[in-house]
Design a protein. Structure first.
Length: 95
């Protein structure tokens, strides 16, 4: 299944470009990079210069660029959990 805005919750986010739009920590806002790792509660971004920064999903709103070039805005609360858990939640009708 290809990455689409309607099915992004079914996919892993690793390898996608992301930009943090809002964060509880203002210094993280506007941070851009590639998602290199995902756990239940965190995302790790590789930012320009090669640094990797880990952020808490529950504290951010991010814009993810799909391989097709489409951009999708995701609330961190909606992507809590690993991809398998997100799929189960969606099947039950909850985000």
């Amino acid at each position: 299944m290809k990455h689409k805005p309607w099915n992004i919750f079914f996919h892993e986010l690793i390898g996608l470009k992301a930009r943090i739009l809002k964060a509880l920590n203002p210094s993280l806002e506007k941070l851009e990079g590639v998602i290199t790792w995902e756990t239940r509660r965190t995302l790790t971004l590789r930012v320009p210069g090669g640094r990797e920064i880990t952020v808490l999903k529950g504290e951010i709103v991010l814009e993810v660029t799909l391989p097709s070039g489409e951009k999708v805005v995701l609330r961190g609360d909606d992507i809590l959990g690993d991809p398998a858990e997100r799929t189960k939640r969606l099947k039950r009708g909850r985000r």
